[in-house]
Design a protein around this ligand. Structure first.
Ligand code: ADP
Ligand code: ASP
Ligand code: MG
Length: 407
């Protein structure tokens, strides 16, 4: 008997009608002779609403309580989904993360899965039930409820697919698959039929919200095939798979945009060995992830250090930067939130030249200035002013002719 894992995102379970439709898919897979595990997200924008509510009662909500609150969204969905399956005439049982031993570390709001105990799921499947699991949540070793970071239901789904050795992990969402750019921002973006783990991992990490980056790390490590597709039609979506040789022929597979960045500058720090290490060490110790780093050319032994951080971490990052001033002797801390990160991704970039030039020329042609640049083997990112983000995205997408199928 095959095992099907289906994950339904927030918009796919937003209301009763959509829950019934999602339940219908699970029932269909079951009646086709499969064991079925369904992972669900919180309905619609419920997670955002809960975050807003928390901020109304607390400037900086304790993270443990945040997890207690946010996990309720998924708990509603599993119960409703199980009821819907019953309505359609099949047996189902819902589980919160803690009930099936999804054990995580204790990093509240960004916890990582350490272990999953499949016993209870297997028992329920053996009894012929469709198993409905709350995405995005787990429990630490002291039984505190944790959550896995925004978009974390994807990771729950991939982790369960890997532990239970599912044939494929189906991710049902509100677009037809993974596109060459966010189809809501670029009207001629094209659906990609197959994409490698490494490219999807970069796209996700660089802002393509359609999959949580950590779910792709998991999928790559355990070889889980992912099929991203729409919950509103039966079209084939995008398969996320191991790299195949012909994939290198495509230079750029996709463009991602992130508006979740902020820039911090520490002014006039001494330009001498050890300063960068001190700054980064302090940030790492404070749990702030630093992304791009730029050190300006120095004059008179003094330089400015700029770096980008996640926008949600800006208040914290500013405090850490302030605390460094006294030790390093800088003159001040500045920050900016009106920036965006635009990136191109493709494993073909390893073996093709002229890629950076093409991207920069496309940006120049629409008069967009580049503030920071960073590259790795398969990606190239630039920081630009947020107000030009959409125009720049369209220009770069067009320059690489991503609207056309690869030759
Ligand atoms: P779900 O609630 O199903 O998890 P998400 O909102 O997390 O859905 O992710 C789906 C959204 O991701 C789409 O509506 C789309 O706007 C956005 N997105 C961003 N980049 C891409 C891309 N390259 N391909 C497809 N969708 C993308
Ligand atoms: N509900 C959570 C979120 O909105 C998890 C998820 O949807 O994957 O981030
Ligand atoms: Mg999502």
């Amino acid at each position: 008997m095959g095992l099907t894992v289906q994950k339904f995102g927030g918009s796919s379970v937003a209301d009763a009608e959509r829950i019934m439709r999602a339940a219908g898919r699970a029932v269909k897979a079951k009646r086709a002779g499969n064991n079925v595990i369904v992972i669900v997200s919180a309905r619609g924008d419920l997670t955002d609403e809960l975050i807003d509510l928390a901020k109304q009662v607390s400037e900086d909500p304790p993270r443990r309580e945040m997890d207690m609150l946010l996990s309720t969204g998924e708990q509603q969905s599993v119960a409703l989904m199980a009821m819907a399956v019953h309505t359609l005439g099949e047996d189902a049982i819902s589980f919160a993360g803690a009930q099936i031993g999804i054990v995580t570390d204790s990093f509240h709001t960004k916890a990582k899965i350490r272990n999953i105990d499949p016993t209870r799921i297997i028992e329920a499947l053996d009894q012929g039930k469709i198993v409905i699991v709350a995405g995005f949540q787990g429990v630490d070793e002291n039984f505190n409820i944790t959550t896995l970071g925004r978009g974390g239901s994807d990771t729950t789904a991939v982790a369960l697919a890997s532990v239970l050795k599912a044939d494929v992990c189906e991710i049902y969402t509100d677009v037809d698959g993974v596109y060459t750019a966010d189809p809501r921002r670029v009207s001629d973006a094209r659906k990609i039929a197959r994409i490698s783990y490494d490219e999807m991992l970069e796209l996700a990490a660089l802002g393509a919200q359609v999959m949580q980056a950590r779910s792709i790390e998991f999928a790559k490590r355990y070889g889980v095939t992912i099929h991203v597709r729409s919950s509103f039609n039966d079209n084939e979506g995008t398969y996320i798979v191991r790299e195949a040789p012909e994939m290198e022929d495509i230079v750029v597979s996709g463009v991602a945009l992130s508006k979740n960045e902020a820039k911090v500058t520490i002014r006039a720090v001494p330009d001498k060995p050890g300063v960068a290490a001190t700054i980064m060490g302090r940030f790492a110790a404070s749990g702030v992830n630093v992304d791009m780093i730029v050190q300006n050319t120095s004059a008179d032994g003094i330089t400015d250090m700029s770096f980008t951080v996640d926008r949600s971490e800006l208040p914290h990052a500013r405090k850490v930067a302030q605390s460094l001033l006294a030790d390093l002797g800088g003159t001040g801390v500045e920050s900016a939130e009106d920036i965006a990160k635009l990136s191109i991704v493709g494993i073909g970039m390893r073996s093709h030249t002229g890629v950076a030039e093409k991207m920069f020329a496309a940006l120049a042609a629409v008069d967009v200035n580049i503030n920071m640049i960073s590259t790795s083997e398969i990606k190239l990112s630039v920081i630009i002013d947020a107000k030009y983000a959409d125009e720049a995205l369209a220009a770069v997408h067009a320059a690489f002719e991503l609207n056309k199928p690869p030759a």
